[in-house]
Design a protein around this ligand. Structure first.
Ligand code: IVH
Length: 681
């Protein structure tokens, strides 16, 4: 090759590399920041591959902001120190509405003005990061440290795909701040894999994120599911500072940064309090942990006027959620038997108040989980309560051990009927195999009358227990003959003639429950309300379901092999078939209202709807699909025919792109309905 052609090849390579970097940056932004990719993973990989090839041929073309450098920074021995030009402050905390009102009043006093806009933002439970960009390129990333000096974690932060390496139309120099965090699902998965590999587990997504950005080898960081939200401008040179915080957030978005969607502007403190209250429960619905709401005065001019006292700005306050964890003593570990025969270990605790409720019992999942977390009877433990879910034991406080704690062993026989227990291969649970086991029968009856099943008012745990003890019922179907035993019922504790009549009426009313509820009430292992609805919808009658083969069931969209096998096995057992026959004889509804599997213009198609639709609510959309014979799923799988996306779709879109599932926007979906002669009502 002549020098001339070499130069030309080099120049061509250089141009192409630049083009590729711009394209890759664009697609990373679509995928990681907007959650709305435009090309498939394979197409994206091809762009990366081409860029890697050019850089391998001409290593002098590699730039630090090249997307190929996200994972290839060299390990460091220690992190350098970075001085923050403007200190990173912390926040004053408030714990209730009164604290927020007091802050608002104080602020209004200082501003001599009680009408000022505030911005409310989820307080992300991760770790703060300060990113400096110079001439559009990410140059350093630092932890908060002590507020004035942080650690240089640039190499590691470069591995976070939603953080842009280069920006267009950026000011000469500026610093943006935000929070690095790990998603809850990413954390669960990481911990699961660590457990399998015998590695120590991380205590929380926050610890896990902090541990991950402080890895000396960026390759380790790159393998961790980290992400970031940006929420503040540290300082700016060669560019104009926006006038409000809201404008800052908009500007950050326009530069390509990931800004949280849930941020709201509020005009008075009542709106702020409502916003905070709304998130106390709703925070569980997010896939990342938040520990409060940050409230900031919107006007940056006002922020400057308010200033800071010590390390806490007066222009902001953090409303902290009530704690959902507490420590208490684990008195002993007991085991109860579930309706499917599963042996469920649970913790009996010294009563402790968490987020307003007294907790005395907490689930311990299964033996493996207890062993993995090394929870022992007598331990001081951290207990967690979240929303409606059953409290859980997070783990022991090992430093409080006395040596008298006892390691848990699963009993060899069922605690209720003493039959030797079994553990099916591949399952974490032990089971009592005795279908006549009184504990199982009792839990099954409790489930049968419960919410979402036959929904029989007036029969709770205590009456269900008495009915079984008195030998009046063996299973749910026996309830429908109770009217013949009115005298025996009157002998029950706390059951007067009026209550007896009410209970009998409730039982009678329950005969009209939809088929899906009846299927759910049977208590088949792995069949929850959603699966029961799919089965009812597909087969249209209990008889059709009873005649279906496991292969037949397996083919239904939304149903996997484990469920199909479990349903078939359940329906093949004589005992269970007898219960169904007793239900039939009693006149319980065993057919889907409209009768028969629905055929319609959407038969054979399975839809998943995500985001907000304009023409109708998601529920209405799903009903419309079902009415016309289509299937509806809650997550995108290989069996999904179409993903329908409305405004602000979530991660489902990325999943669909990954699987190559056809995606319809609302207009295309309406066009499809129209083409099949369906008019939405
Ligand atoms: S504003 C002075 N906004 O909370 C302003 N901080 O307790 C301080 N944090 O160190 C930053 N989410 O790490 C702000 N939306 C948010 C935040 C947030 C989480 C963290 C941040 C800060 C700590 C203060």
């Amino acid at each position: 090759m002549t020098t001339d052609t070499q130069t030309r090849a080099f120049q061509q390579g250089k141009r192409r590399a630049e083009e590729l970097r711009t394209q890759i940056a664009y697609h990373e932004h679509r995928y990681f920041v907007l959650d709305a990719p435009e090309i498939s993973d394979a197409e994206f990989d091809a762009l990366m591959q081409e860029l890697r090839a050019i850089e391998a041929a001409h290593p002098e073309l590699i730039t630090p902001d090249s997307p190929t450098q996200r994972v290839s920074g060299a390990p460091v021995e220690t992190f350098g120190i970075i001085e923050h030009r403007v200190p990173l402050l912390s926040l004053a905390n408030g714990f209730n509405a009164d604290d927020l009102r007091a802050w608002h009043k104080r602020t209004a006093g200082l501003l001599e003005h009680d009408q000022f806009t505030m911005i409310c933002e989820p307080k992300i439970d991760g770790l703060a990061v300060a990113l400096v960009y110079e001439r559009g390129q990410l140059t350093t990333a630092a932890t908060r440290g002590d507020g004035t000096r942080g650690e240089n974690i640039t190499q590691n932060v470069r591995t976070i795909r939603s953080i842009p390496h280069r920006l267009k139309n950026a000011p000469e120099r500026f610093e943006v701040r935000g929070e690095i965090y790990m998603t809850k699902s990413g954390f669960e998965k990481l911990n699961f894999e660590r457990g399998e590999a015998g590695l120590p587990l991380f205590a929380s997504p926050r610890n896990s994120a902090a541990g991950s950005v402080r890895q000396l080898d960026p390759k380790v960081t790159a393998s961790r599911p980290l992400d970031a939200f940006l929420y503040q401008l540290g300082w700016i040179e060669g560019g104009e500072q926006p006038a409000t915080h809201w404008e800052v957030l908009d500007w950050l978005k326009s530069l390509g940064f990931r800004v949280n969607h849930e941020i709201r502007r509020c005009d008075d403190v009542d709106q702020v309090i409502d916003f905070c209250a709304g998130w106390v429960e709703r925070r569980e619905s997010l896939d990342y942990e938040i520990d409060g709401i940050v409230i900031k005065v919107d006007s940056l001019n006002y922020q400057r006027r308010l200033g800071a006292v010590g390390r806490e700005p007066r222009w902001a306050i953090a409303y902290k959620f009530p704690p959902t964890q507490a420590t208490t003593k684990l008195l002993r570990i007991e085991v109860n038997v579930g309706r499917t025969g599963s042996l469920n270990p649970f913790a009996v605790l010294e009563p402790v108040k968490i987020a307003g409720a007294t907790v005395q019992l907490a689930t311990l999942h299964n033996e493996d989980d207890i062993r993995r977390k090394d929870i022992r009877a007598g331990d001081t433990v951290i207990v967690q309560r979240a929303g409606d879910v059953i409290p859980q034991v997070v783990g022991p406080v090992v430093s409080k051990r006395t040596g008298r704690e006892k390691v848990f062993k699963m009993p060899k026989t069922c605690p209720a009927c003493h039959t030797p227990v079994v553990r099916p291969e591949g399952e974490a649970m032990y089971y009592c195999p005795n279908r006549q086991c009184p504990a199982q029968r009792f839990r099954l009856l409790e489930h049968f009358v419960g919410r979402g099943a036959m929904d029989i008012d007036g029969i709770g745990e205590s009456l269900a227990y008495q009915l079984m003890q008195a030998g009046l019922v063996q299973d749910g179907a026996d309830l429908y003959r109770l009217h013949e035993r009115r005298d025996d019922l009157l002998k029950m504790e706390r059951l007067g003639p009026k209550s007896v009549d009410n209970v009998l009426r409730s039982i009678e009313d329950s005969k009209k429950r939809p088929l899906a509820q009846v299927i759910f009430a049977l208590g088949i292992r792995h069949v929850g309300g959603e699966v029961a609805a799919i089965l009812a919808n597909h087969y249209g009658s209990m008889d059709a379901l009873m005649n279906a083969s496991p292969e037949d069931i397996d083919e239904i969209p939304g149903i996997g092999t484990t469920i199909a096998d479990s349903v078939s096995e359940f329906l093949s057992l004589e005992d269970n078939r007898n219960v169904i026959e007793k239900l039939r004889a009693a006149g319980v509804n065993l057919r889907e209202e409209s009768g028969g599997a629905r055929e319609g213009p959407l038969s054979g198609l399975t839809f998943v709807i995500t985001g907000h639709l304009e023409a109708f609510s998601r529920d209405a959309g799903e009903r419309l699909i079902k009415r016309n014979g289509g299937g509806v799923g809650s997550s995108v799988t290989k069996k999904t025919t179409y993903l329908v996306v409305g405004a602000e779709p979530g991660s489902k879109l990325a999943k669909a792109q990954q699987l190559g599932t056809e995606v319809l926007d609302e207009q295309q979906f309406l066009a499809l309905l129209h083409a099949r002669g369906i008019t939405p009502d």
